[in-house]
Design a protein around this ligand. Structure first.
Ligand code: PMP
Length: 283
């Protein structure tokens, strides 16, 4: 089956999909993206992702070209056309195509919409069994990290450092505290079983998986504490993990070469991953 992608109202073979060189996403990273997981051929927690897409677009003044129902229909059609059972749907909206000029293009310039799928093992991920190692890097990003902008250069550099170190993720820190992962939300679990993650602010992305995991934890009688934590505290924690739409709940077993929780995925992290998978399969 050939790969089908979506570009501005049309489903086309991947090889035929093109974007003009004057697209502002290409020239200025002037766009927003979103990623939803697909499990058993169905979208996971998708309405929350679409709500965040809407909010990100509105924060930078791009008109959302579709409502939730239309986005969902397009995503589902893309999943079906690609026969996708497990993986993700990527969506991007840019401020459109216009002669290069920093200020917004003329009123009525249509946003560019691109969507594609990626097949990926998200449920039976061997890394979740072994546990992931992470390194820490300075957070080099701008001050509106709550917006899911396609300007990802700082994350590209952080993730390349992680790849060069042979680890799965880079946790970014600022003023001594962990902000979040390059493409994930960072969590630790304290010796007295408190699940700790940084409170939402403009310093980090409001993770959709973060929200779901916090809700599941609370529904199951676990304690969640929203506060910032340092790298040293994370290294000394009972357990650590990160969350994202495609990693779900990923145990962390090493931070900057220091083993966490005896170098094994911890029991509470495993439980949270199971709870999340159960929720995802039921969605
Ligand atoms: N933080 C950053 C910087 C990310 O890129 C991501 C992944 N989109 C996340 C957190 C996790 O967000 P979500 O759970 O919505 O995928």
């Amino acid at each position: 089956m050939s790969r089908i992608v979506y570009v501005n109202g049309r489903f086309v073979p991947f090889e035929e999909a093109t974007i003009p060189i004057m697209d502002r996403g290409f020239l200025f990273a002037d766009g927003i993206y979103e990623v939803s997981a697909v499990l058993d051929g169905r979208l996971v927690d998708n309405e929350a992702h679409l709500a965040r897409l809407d909010r990100s677009l509105s924060e930078i003044g791009i008109r959302n070209p579709h409502g939730i129902a239309e986005w969902t229909r397009l995503e589902e059609e893309l999943v079906t056309r690609n026969g996708l059972k497990e993986g993700l749907v990527y969506m991007e909206v840019t401020r459109g195509v216009a002669e290069r000029d920093f200020a917004f293009p003329p009123e009525g310039t249509p946003p560019t919409v691109v969507m594609f799928t990626q097949a990926k093992t998200v449920s039976a991920n061997p890394l979740a069994e072994r546990g992931a190692k992470v390194i820490t890097v300075e957070d080099l990003r701008w001050k509106r990290r709550d917006i899911k902008s396609v300007a990802l250069l700082a994350q590209v550099l952080a993730k390349q450092q992680a790849a060069a170190a042979g680890v799965a993720e880079a946790w970014m820190h600022e003023d001594g505290f962990v902000t979040e992962g390059g493409s994930s939300t960072a969590f630790i679990i304290t010796e007295d079983n408190r699940i700790v993650t940084r409170p939402l602010s403009t310093a980090l992305l409001p993770g959709i998986t973060r929200r779901a995991v916090m809700r599941l934890a609370e529904e199951n009688g676990l304690t969640v504490e929203e506060r910032a934590f340092t790298v040293a505290e994370a290294q000394a924690a009972a357990e650590a993990f990160f969350t994202s739409a495609s990693a779900f709940v990923m145990p962390v077993i090493e931070i900057d070469g220091t083993r966490v929780g005896g170098g094994q995925p911890g029991p509470m992290t495993r439980r949270l991953r199971d709870l999340y998978l159960e929720m995802a399969r039921a969605s």
